[in-house]
Design a protein around this ligand. Sequence first.
Ligand code: ASP
Length: 476
Amino acid sequence: MRRTVFALAGMALLGAFFGFASVETLATPAGWITAAVRTVITVAVLAVFFLLLPRWFNLPARIFLAMLSGALAGWLFKRTGAESFAIDYLNIFGALFILLLKLVVTPLIFVSILCGVSGIGDPRKLGSVGFKAIAYYLGTTSVAVLIGLLCVSAIRPGAGRSDLQSAAGAAPAGVESVQARPSLGRVIQDEALPTIIDNPIMAGRNPLTIIFLAILLGASLAALGARAQPALDVFRVLDKALIQLVMWVMQLAPIGVFTLMSKAIAELGVDYILSLAWYCLTVVTGLGLHFAFLVGIVLPVAARVSPVRFLRGFAPAIGLSFSTSSSSATLPVTIDCTTRRIGADENVANFMLPIGATVNMDGTALYQAVAVLFIAQVLNKDLTLAQQFCVFLAAIMVSIGTAGIPGGSIALMPLVLKQAGIGAEAIGIVIGVDRFLDMCRTVVNITGDSVGAIVVSRSEGAVIQPHAVEEQAPHG
Ligand code: ASP
C-alpha cells in the first residue's frame, strides 16, 4: 500500500512535468487546461503500465496490448493536434527503452558469439555450422527478393501514379519540419539521455568488426583447451548477466512500445498511409508470403517444429521488433525466445543470431526490391530483364550491409536505385511511409534469423525443446 502511494506520487510529479513543460503558454486558461489534461494522461499511462497491467497479464501480452493501444492513442493525438506531446514528451519512455537495449546489445553480440564459437569448439563442426548458416542466409534472402519482385510486378502499385512524381526529391511527407528551437522533451531524448546511456566505446563501431574479433577469439580460446576454461567460465557468466540485464530492461518494454507506436502513428497520420495504401499492401503481402514460407514450410520441413509452437515462443520478439524497428535492439529477446522458449541449441543460436541480426535481412532485401520497382513504375520507367536481375543482386548485397537499426535500409537504397538507372532523390516517393514498413520488415528479418538458428540446430542433431515455457515473473 505504501509502495503504491509512493509510486503514484512519483507518477504525479512526472506527469506534471510532462504536462506543464509541453504546453506552449500558460498565460491563458486553455494552456492550463491542456497542461492538466496532459498531466492526467501521463499519470494514467504510467499507472496502467506499471501498476495495473502487470497484475493481470504476462510480458508478451502486455507488449501486444501496448502495440494496439499505442496505435489508437497515436491516431487520437494526431486528431486532437497533440502530436508534439506524443512525439516530444511521451516518447521519452520509448527513447529510453531503445537506448538501454542498444547499450546492452554490442557487448552481448561479442560475448554471445564468443561463447557460441568456443562452445561449438571442434573446428570441423564450426565449419559445418558456418557453411550451413551462409547457405541458409543466401538461399532464404534470394527467395525473399524473388517474392518481392513477383508481388510488385503482379500488383503494379505504381502504375498510373504520376501524381507521386513530384515527391521525388521533395521533403519527406509526414516528417516534422525542423523547428527553430527543439522542445525540452526533444532535448531530453536526443541529447540528455544519450549522453548518459550511449556507450562511448562501443557506439557507432562497425558490428562486423566486433563479430570478426569474437569469432577469432572464441576459436582461439577453444584451441587452448583446458587452459582457457577459467576465461570461458567468465564469459559464460557474463553472457547470463547480460541476458538478465535485458530482462530488467524489458520491464520497460510495454510502456516503451506504447509510446513508440503512438509516436509512429502520430507522426505519419493514417491518411498519409492510406494514400500509399497499394504500395504498402504490396510490401506487406510480400513480407507476409515470405513469413509464411519461413514459418509454414522451412521450419516444419527442415526442423520439424510446428508453426504454432514457433509463434507462441517467438511472440515477444515479434512484438518488440515491430515496435522498435530494430533487429539489433531486439537481438537479446530474439536469443532468449529462440533458445529458452523454443529450444534451439544454445551454441548454434549464440553463434548465428548475432551474425544474422547484422547480415541476414530477408525483409529488408524484399523491401528494397519492391520499393525500387515501385519507384520505377511511378516514374514510368520500364526495366529490362537485365536491370531487374541487377536489382535482385543489389537488394541481396545491400541487405547484408544494412545496419539493424530503424531506417537502416534508406541509407543504402540509392545503391539499388542506381541499378535501375534512377537517382537517389527518388527516395522521396517512398520515405514517408518507410517507418511503418520498417516495422513490418524488421519482423521478417528477425524471424529469418531465428528459423535459421533452429534449422541449423536441428541439422546438427539437437533436440528442439523449450527450456522453460513460463514467463519470468512479470514484476522483475
Ligand atoms: N530496421 C531494419 C532492421 O533493423 C533494417 C531496415 O531498415 O531495413 O532490421
